[in-house]
Write a protein that binds this ligand. Structure first.
Ligand SMILES: CC(C)(COP(=O)(O)OP(=O)(O)OC[C@H]1O[C@@H](n2cnc3c(N)ncnc32)[C@H](O)[C@@H]1OP(=O)(O)O)[C@@H](O)C(=O)NCCC(=O)NCCS
Length: 282
């Protein structure tokens, strides 16, 4: 399929002292012949969502809205990870000013993706823990590539209470009872389990198949007036959207407060060590 690159030169951001600086564009936004935008996260090794990647995602979502693209497919350039979720290094011993910007940008990305006018689908071509799962659930349709991948909100395992809007997003995706159980137990679903509970809508053989299935979903709306479609979606999602819009500042303060708790910092430190140990064994 011929793809035209429309945005591949996202602004490089100022380097920072904590080793999270970006090496180049962290997303690739292309539009195919049918007007479907494909937004690919490309921050190796695991697309962890740091401030820089979130800013580029936010800018790309603005671009898709401005271009009036038919729909958006969110995916990853990695062959094994959709996104590892929030970059833990943004939360571990943070610079509080940057942490504030980080959280505000995450809120922006969610509001733009969850509340978008355009049709959204996620081609989940690998693991999607935590924030990765949040991004996928914020879309209207999810296709996950089969394999030994997992998806879910695992915040409680790190001693973190997932923000209400993360919970709302899950409750919009799977039954409330399942969401409560999954959130409290930090459940990571296999692909088959995710399909069974409705956390994903379809399973694909590979990334190309996932994108093709996402496109089939987007094409379902070819004969539906787009305004009626968008308003219907937004009204169904309105409660969750308004809850965050009205509480953005309190939600930010909660996050900053959590970061300042020694217990949270200890859990993050242990978690980072565990990841490093696992990574060195790979
Ligand atoms: C996504 C995941 C399944 C991928 O597994 P994998 O392909 O085997 O990759 P690894 O675990 O070896 O991770 C690769 C590197 O990314 C780092 N990394 C992984 N997830 C990260 C995150 N969320 N934030 C920052 N760094 C992360 C690892 O520490 C490792 O770094 P190193 O190479 O410097 O040692 C696994 O990395 C994972 O579970 N990550 C944590 C997800 C999570 O709990 N996120 C919640 C954040 S609130």
């Amino acid at each position: 399929m011929f793809l035209r690159t429309i945005v591949n030169n996202a602004k490089r951001l100022a380097p920072n002292i904590r080793g999270m600086a970006s090496q180049g564009p962290l997303v690739d936004l292309t539009v195919d012949n049918d007007g479907v935008a494909i937004l690919t996260m490309q921050r190796p090794p695991v697309n962890s969502l740091n401030l820089d990647l979130l800013k580029e995602l936010s800018n790309s979502l603005d671009e898709v809205a401005r271009n009036k693209n038919t729909g958006l497919i969110l995916t990853s350039s990695s062959s094994t990870v959709f996104s590892a979720g929030l970059d833990i290094m943004e939360m571990y011993k943070p610079d509080m000013k940057r942490a504030e910007q980080f959280w505000t940008t995450l809120q922006d990305v969610w509001l733009k993706l969850f509340g978008s006018n355009f049709v959204t689908a996620a081609a989940i071509n690998g693991h999607a823990p935590a924030g990765g799962c949040l991004l996928a659930m914020s879309c209207e349709y999810r296709v996950m590539v089969s394999g030994k991948f997992t998806i879910g909100l695992n915040e409680t395992a790190l001693g973190i209470v997932a923000p209400t809007w993360f919970m709302d997003t899950m409750c919009h995706t799977i039954p409330v009872r399942e969401a409560e159980y999954a959130l409290t137990t930090a459940r990571m679903f296999t692909v088959d389990e995710a399909l069974k509970v409705g956390l994903v809508d379809e399973v694909a053989t590979d990334k190309a198949d996932a994108i093709s299935k996402c496109k089939d979903f987007i094409e379902k709306f070819d004969n539906i007036p787009s305004l009626a479609r968008a308003v219907t979606k937004q009204r169904i999602r309105q409660g969750a959207i308004e809850r965050l819009q009205k509480n953005r500042k309190a939600d930010l303060e909660d996050f900053l407060h959590y970061l300042n708790q020694p217990k949270i910092q200890q859990s993050l430190e242990m978690y980072i060590q565990m990841l490093k140990m696992k990574s060195s064994k790979n």
